[in-house]
Design a protein around this ligand. Sequence first.
Ligand code: HEC
Ligand code: HEC
Length: 332
Amino acid sequence: MRKFVKILGAAWAAVALIAGAGVSYLYLHKPAMARASDIRIARTPERLARGAYLFNLADCDGCHSQRDFSRFGGPVAEGGRGAGTVFPDAMGLPGLVAPSNITPDPETGIGAWTDGEKIRAIREGVDRDGRALFPMMPYENFRHMSDEDVYSLVAYLDSLPPVKHKVPKTRLKFPVSMLIKGAPQPAGSVPPPDRSDRRQYGKYLVTLAGCMECHTRQLSGGEVFRVAPNILVVSANISPDRATGIGKWNEQDFVDRFHQYRDYVKNGPPAVGPESFTLMPWLNFCRLPAEDLKAIYAFLHTQPAVYKSVDTHPAWSLQTAGLTSAVKTAAP
Ligand code: HEC
Ligand code: HEC
């Protein structure tokens, strides 16, 4: 989302600069792109397990799966895993944005792609035909995914049940459509993260999990996510500020805050109304082992404390306030 805002800002500045001559150049310009590798990934049980872990950590479901938001955290709807969707207009995106069908269905999914093409799309941001993907697909983060991790992820994607579901192609408006061509970058070979350095490992997890994309402004949050005219949620301040962030939480508080949702994963999350709508991937992150959450905690605490109070459910507070006064007026 922050990227999208940046791109939009850059878009108008760029249009002012290049007006005329440059435009046709950008139109014809192809994104930076390496040839897709010829690798064929062996599907071992270790890779499938690691791939499932990464799919959950990087919340591929969050965008690519059909979800049931009548329940807390929007669990994946039956049969909708990886099937693709179209983002609603209320999100205010620059055109039609449709997270693709990433199941192995050969016609409507990515079943016909080579492993190398899948790796390139995930880490480098170009599709099979060399088109730049809209960087809301977090390839600028996934670029840091290690070689072995992206192999595991692809092995896991190949094991998803294929779903036949045609999703339209993303169609961005000018000039965003042109400007995103600068986003793809070849990733080269990426070594595995150093797990013995907890903060570094935490940084790796935070990067893949996209914490910074939603908890923008140096983790102080305040980003509004609107999915329907009156359904929204605002990201929390998770910087180490003691008054308004998570500075007072100890490591165990942090782990518990996530693990409290493990029952929801086991038994299915409860039905909720718009007052509890959230895009925070609680149902994913609660599955992370305590060591990983502790590494994330350690990394978050290396970041600057930002003082800012955020109301994560403002529309609801307003609505409730309205409702209460309405009830008061109506009372005898
Ligand atoms: C924040 C939303 C978001 C997340 C999270 C996300 N994606 Fe995407 N992804 C998209 C969007 C949107 C597109 C379509 C972009 C376009 O076509 O320009 C896309 C496109 C893709 C494509 C290209 C498919 C095609 O047919 O062109 C692949 C492959 C892919 N994503 C895999 C993944 C995987 C694997 C994960 C998890 C590791 C993931 N994505 C996480 C939003 C997301
Ligand atoms: C898709 C957007 C999104 C992503 C990705 C995301 N968050 Fe959140 N997060 C939110 C929103 C929105 C809220 C506020 C609503 C809520 O609490 O459910 C929130 C709330 C939280 C809270 C609760 C804060 C409090 O004061 O109660 C914590 C802790 C948190 N996020 C940590 C993280 C961490 C750590 C990551 C990465 C591992 C992360 N978030 C990734 C959107 C996101």
